[in-house]
Design a protein around this ligand. Structure first.
Ligand code: TYD
Ligand code: MG
Length: 452
């Protein structure tokens, strides 16, 4: 190899870089995925010999007008995007194969075409016949939506540029090849090359563009993990295999917040928005069993009722199990330690299982109180009243801290039929639509609900 070439190996699954060739990726554990990439080192000219061609401008003198948003025609998506697409903005939509990325985008394309935009759907994965069949079944046959199904991305992008499309989808980044790069379609070098071509066209022609990227089982965006810095928005579309619910989140958003959550349901009519999300995670059934608690959590600007279930089961082994789904195991361990030291509820001789129903992942710290209530109820095997919900963050001292937007959460609880909400005593005074029980420490839950 020439002296000024540098070679490294990149894992096509997770993007891990190494200077040595390895059979197994040390980061994601995949075999045979390390591929060689050769980069040329260009020597920089000595300073003083370069004539500056660009001029720095003062920030105050710039036109900082908000760019006009182009609604996607699907409210749930617009909420996650922060109002709609931005001219020339490139969005990466990641998700596991089969989660519904193509379905969602075909629906978006049809909705935008119905609003009078000319839209192009470039697919390297499906034939136009397949797409049209899906379109007919979902009632998406509309003027203004064109399909281009071929593997030559260069010519597809040229077609998009010449015909003045107002929105474009490229499905998927792993299906196309960039002639300028070596390697198979889907390899890291190719994925970067394809994305660079799409981004360049989108920016030059000011077409809002969505690039689809498949994610591998490990949850990494295969290849596209390498693309996050290239695109303006990264959206992740996820769902449990046996559940119709699909969640859409922004991982990165140069034009808005990354806190919003879009909730869809996959049915034979395609993806439909879920307008009352609380009911998909909490169905209101009361089996009267211990270990079940409801936390009112916040996802972006929306309140959800999350059903938390805990099971505590005696074990003869010295190292009891701690298993959690929907909550990080470290958070479960921390809250178990708080319960042991601050409330005297020990789980040392029990396996503890924790589950948030409906495939929801709880990141909101205000769900701590609900998790503690559920764990305490499971450990003591006493059920909690069905008309109570919990809102609050729990500290290591066992104190209950106030949560943001408590009133909004209590209002949602009232709408769902709860009669009482447990909140922190330090929450600022307000008028609540239902009874609120103010507590300072987690152990007060035991006095309130868990005495036989
Ligand atoms: P698809 O959009 O092709 O997934 P992706 O592009 O992310 O790989 O969706 C495929 C899955 O969606 C498939 O398993 C069937 C299901 N599906 C429905 O349940 N209803 C529908 O109306 C459609 C079009 C798909
Ligand atoms: Mg697809």
């Amino acid at each position: 190899m020439a002296k000024n070439n540098i070679s490294c190996f990149i894992c096509s699954e997770c993007g891990y870089k190494s200077t040595a060739m390895m059979g197994k990726c040390p980061k994601c554990g995949a075999w045979g995925t390390m591929e060689q990439e050769i980069n040329q080192i260009k020597t920089l000219p000595k300073s003083g010999l370069v004539v500056p061609t660009s001029v720095a401008v003062p920030i105050s003198g710039l036109d900082a007008e908000e760019k006009e948003r182009i609604p996607s025609g699907i409210d749930e998506l617009d909420r996650v995007l922060g109002g709609g697409w931005v001219q020339g903005g490139v969005t990466l939509l990641g998700g596991e194969p089969g989660v519904g990325k193509s379905t969602l985008l075909l629906q978006v394309c049809a909705a935008m075409a119905k609003r009078g935009n000319r839209v192009l759907y470039i697919s390297g994965e499906e034939s136009s016949g397949q797409l049209a069949l899906r379109g007919r079944r979902l009632g998406l046959m509309t003027d203004g939506l064109d399909l281009l199904c071929e593997s030559d991305l260069m010519s597809s992008l040229a077609a998009a540029e010449q015909n003045g499309y107002k929105f474009m989808v490229v499905d998927s980044v792993q299906a196309f090849r960039a002639d300028s790069e070596n390697g198979w379609a889907g390899s890291p070098t190719q994925v970067k090359g394809v994305a660079a071509m799409v981004v360049e066209t989108a920016k030059r022609c000011e077409i809002p563009t969505v690039l689809v990227g498949h994610i591998t089982k490990q949850g990494q965006i295969a290849g596209p993990k390498l693309l996050e810095h290239l695109v303006d928005v990264v959206l992740l579309f996820s769902g449990e295999q046996n559940s119709p619910n699909r969640l859409l989140r922004a991982d990165k958003n140069r034009y808005g917040s990354t806190e919003e959550l879009g909730i869809f349901e996959m049915s034979e009519r395609g993806l439909t928005a879920v307008n009352d999300p609380s009911h998909i995670y909490w169905n209101g059934t009361d089996l009267g069993s211990s270990g079940v608690a409801i936390a009112m959590t916040l996802e972006g600007t929306r309140t959800l009722a999350a059903e938390i279930q805990a099971l505590s089961c005696p074990t003869p082994f010295p190292y009891p199990k701690r298993t959690a789904r929907g909550v990080e195991v470290s958070r479960l361990q921390l809250l178990l330690a708080v319960l042991e030291r601050r409330c005297g509820i020990s789980s040392r001789t029990s396996d503890v299982y924790l589950n948030v129903t409906g495939g929801l992942t709880l990141k909101d710290p205000s769900a701590d109180l609900g998790i503690c209530a559920s764990l305490a109820s499971a450990a003591m095997d006493i059920e909690l009243p069905a008309d109570v919900c919990f809102i609050g963050e729990v500290g290591l001292a066992g104190e209950v801290r106030p949560s943001g937007r408590t009133l909004m959460r209590v209002k949602e609880a009232a709408r769902l039929g709860f009669k009482r909400a447990v909140i922190s005593r330090r929450t600022p005074k307000d008028t609540y639509p239902i009874d609120v029980l103010k507590i300072s420490a987690v152990r007060e839950i035991i006095d309130l609900f868990l005495r036989r």
